[in-house]
Ligand binder design. Structure first.
Ligand code: HEC
Length: 88
């Protein structure tokens, strides 16, 4: 296991969060809803730092909240990698 990877237990928490918390705005299958779709094809061309910043700090003036209080930068990076690896 790479040092930056969350523990398996934590990975389950993060996956659950993706489905239920992120899913409440981005759609249960993340195909989009109130927020834009977060499918691999939608994120592939966006820089990691831009996505990490959006998730960690949210977007002012939009419904996208900051997740910094709940997940670390390393966990955010892992979430993005997970999204990019999901089958379309
Ligand atoms: C309360 C609703 C809401 C929740 C919950 C939410 N988002 Fe968002 N999210 C949004 C909105 C709205 C936008 C679009 C912001 C804009 O217009 O720039 C967005 C944008 C984003 C973007 C940028 C997409 C792009 O193509 O630029 C990412 C990445 C993202 N959200 C990830 C997440 C993740 C991961 C979670 C869960 C940890 C999450 N969001 C939870 C509403 C939400």
């Amino acid at each position: 296991m790479r040092a930056s990877e969350p523990s398996l237990e934590r990975q389950e928490v993060l996956k659950n969060m993706l489905k239920h918390d992120c899913g409440s705005c981005h759609g249960l299958t993340l195909q989009g809803g109130l927020g834009p779709p977060l499918l691999a094809q939608d994120l592939a061309n966006k820089p990691d730092d831009y996505l990490i910043d959006t998730i960690q700090n949210g977007r002012k003036g939009t419904a996208m909240p900051p997740w910094k209080p709940f997940i670390s930068t390393a966990e955010t990076r892992w979430l993005i990698q997970t999204l990019l690896k999901r089958a379309p």
